[in-house]
Ligand binder design. Structure first.
Ligand code: FES
Ligand code: FE2
Length: 342
């Protein structure tokens, strides 16, 4: 069951062109594109005439023309022209999905009815390009959403799966603290590693060498938004009592977890940093590293899903490192029950 009354990342802003993109989100096929004036539009990716995907159509001005027989739709999904006649059938409209562009990401409201804007995650670091440089990408995983939640909530896997880029021994050995905000449905996982080796991901970009303090503070806003506050600082220099932390390097690591269909999930990612702002070389270095880190996760999750598909009885042994993931499962289950009652 999918949780529908939420915002999910639907696309990277850079992906949207007048040539439509086809995405399946929560099992629904959606055509996403820009009109010639630049407006981002998402419509049901199925023509009401004979069902051809509208994502195979063509944008003409502010309209999308079906690539099969030319039914034509405006930005609201209203059918405004059909070939060979003036009268437009009443049932020829398609659903328009509400989109919001925020920095690198385009969010879609998957609920029915009016979108709840208060639920839209805040990502100011992706918008404030004066103080933060951001890059982003997306990977498609042939594994269920729940595998990605588990993966992101337990970063001890960095030590083993991402050894050599972001994983060092201390990620797995440093205990975590977990907090659940039941009021707002947020899961927080803290891991503060002090006086540890700086992995290449950060040493090359911050210039810090040898030992550093490295903090990983996760905030998971179920179902679809995850934010990791990474802090890299010289050893023994925590934030000042007034909150000033200018002596540290900060990276915000975002994931948009967007279920595609049963057993498939989109893994949108973005990195925003408050150092080397505007440095294209650092952008390229981080992108290369992150793409390979994400691919390591994709490969692992694809394998887990393939095993799960073999319908061999699987049992799990959970330990302390799993407390974040287990908390996330509990919150998601409670949200699912609430959704069923609504
Ligand atoms: S299927 Fe789209 S116009 Fe015929
Ligand atoms: Fe990972």
């Amino acid at each position: 069951m999918f949780l529908r009354n939420h915002w999910y990342v639907a696309a990277l802003s850079a992906e949207l062109e007048t040539k439509p993109l086809s995405r399946q989100i929560l099992g629904e096929h959606i055509a996403i594109y820009r009109t010639e004036s630049g407006e981002a539009v998402a419509l049901t990716d199925q023509c009401p005439h004979r069902g051809y995907p509208l994502s195979l159509g063509t944008v003409v001005g502010e309209r999308l023309v079906c690539g099969y027989h030319g039914f034509t739709f405006d930005c609201s999904g209203t059918c405004v022209a059909v070939p060979g006649q003036d009268r437009i059938p009443g049932r020829a409209d398609v659903r328009r999905y509400v989109l919001v562009e925020q920095g690198l990401w385009v969010w879609v409201w998957m609920g029915r009815g009016e979108p709840d804007v208060s639920l839209l995650p805040a990502t100011p670091w992706l918008v404030d390009t004066l103080h933060w440089s951001a890059i982003g990408g997306v990977a498609k995983i042939d594994a269920g959403f729940e595998f990605l939640v588990d993966n992101l909530l337990d970063l001890s896997h960095e030590t083993f799966l991402h050894n050599g880029s972001i994983g060092t021994p201390e990620v797995a050995t440093t205990p975590i603290e977990v907090e659940v905000d039941d009021e707002d449905d947020v899961v927080r996982v803290y891991r503060h590693m002090n006086s540890v080796d700086c992995p290449p991901f950060y040493s090359r970009t911050t210039g810090l060498e040898g030992k550093v303090d490295r903090w990983q503070d996760i905030e998971y806003f179920p179902p679809g938004f995850y934010l990791l506050h990474a802090r890299i600082a010289p050893v023994g220099q925590p934030p000042l009592p007034d909150g000033n932390d200018d002596h540290a390097f900060h990276m915000k690591i975002f994931y948009g977890l967007t279920p595609s269909a049963e057993g498939k999930v989109y893994d949108f990612w973005a990195l925003a940093r408050d150092f080397c702002v505007g440095d294209d070389d650092i952008d390229r270095f981080l992108e290369k590293m992150q793409v390979s880190v994400v691919q390591e996760d994709v490969d692992a999750l694809n394998i887990l899903q393939a095993r799960a598909n073999e319908s061999v009885e699987m049992s799990e042994v959970s330990v302390k490192i799993d407390r974040g993931g287990l908390a996330a499962r509990r919150v998601l289950a409670a949200m699912g029950e609430t959704a069923l009652r609504e």
